[in-house]
Design a protein around this ligand. Structure first.
Ligand SMILES: [Zn+2]
Ligand SMILES: [Zn+2]
Length: 272
């Protein structure tokens, strides 16, 4: 964002105008990025949510409720030096747009764990110590997952951290191979807890599921494309079983909703 725009924002910072949405004093001051109209962060976020719910496709911009200018994000937490942005399009985060594959992978994380439990032989993977064989797709797979989960483009630090942790786990295992008595289950548990510990500061609540997905990918022995194909097939089957009938009903409903999109401007005329 250009510095000029920040200046415009800060010049109206001191104004005591009420929030045009709730008409109360502004809480957590925020601005639309193009017209710089000021709202409570909660109010304008809620506004975008309401407008978005009236259309069937995700919006990439929203018209300001005051001046009808198109804006693509809300600027908030502005402290004179830095600010945060909340994008109207849920797939855009700090300028980083998730790819189709990343969006699909995020969707996988919202399914129940164990969707593919019967497809790949995970216990065999551990029993045969297959994790000691290098997986040349691991880094690309990790990068995609981390970018999707963290919604950030630059995930190098955590990526290298995780790869390092896995490498040293494998090296330790190799070194004591001759006197090795640990079972497949013990390897599995130790490997997963080491990776989880390394990932948790970055992925927090999503850590355990991430480690399960990692295990599944490694146990599959497939490259990313082949793995995705298996996953997608199972996901589609699962989805169509769950809402086969509901889908048809929703389609009808959605076209009515789109047509009936009301004019949601709070004021018919500009109030500034
Ligand atoms: Zn408000
Ligand atoms: Zn405006």
């Amino acid at each position: 964002m250009a510095a000029k725009e920040i200046d415009v924002g800060s010049s109206s910072f001191s104004g005591g105008d009420p929030c045009p949405i709730c008409l109360g004093p502004i809480l957590q001051e925020s601005y639309l990025d193009t017209c710089f109209h000021k709202f409570c962060f909660g109010c304008i976020k809620q506004w975008i949510k309401v407008v978005s719910s009236k259309v069937s496709k995700p919006l990439s911009s929203v018209k300001c409720p005051l001046c009808k200018t198109d804006n693509i994000s809300i600027i908030y937490n502005f402290d004179g030096h830095s600010f945060d942005r909340h994008y109207v399009d849920p797939n855009v985060t700090n300028g980083f747009v998730l790819t189709k594959e990343q969006r699909y992978r995020l969707q996988c994380y919202y399914t129940e764990s164990g969707l593919l439990a019967d497809v790949f032989d995970v216990p065999r993977f551990w029993k045969l110590k297959k994790f000691l064989q290098p997986n040349r797709w691991l880094e690309s797979w990790l990068r995609r997952e981390l970018q999707a989960l963290m919604q950030e483009e630059d995930v190098d630090i955590i990526l290298h951290h995780l790869v390092g942790v896995m490498d040293s786990f494998c090296k330790r295992t190799e070194q004591r191979r001759k006197q090795e008595t640990r079972s497949g289950e013990v390897f599995q548990e130790q490997f997963k807890s080491v990776v989880a510990e390394a990932a948790r500061p970055f992925l927090m609540a999503r850590t355990d599921r991430f480690v399960d997905e990692l295990e599944l990918f490694l146990a599959s022995g497939l490259n990313m494309e082949a793995y995705d194909a298996v996953y997608k097939k199972r996901l589609d089957k699962n989805n169509s079983r769950e809402n086969g009938v509901a889908n048809e009903a929703r389609e009808g409903e959605e076209s009515t909703r789109t047509r009936a999109t009301p004019n949601l401007f709070l004021f018919e005329e500009d109030s500034d």
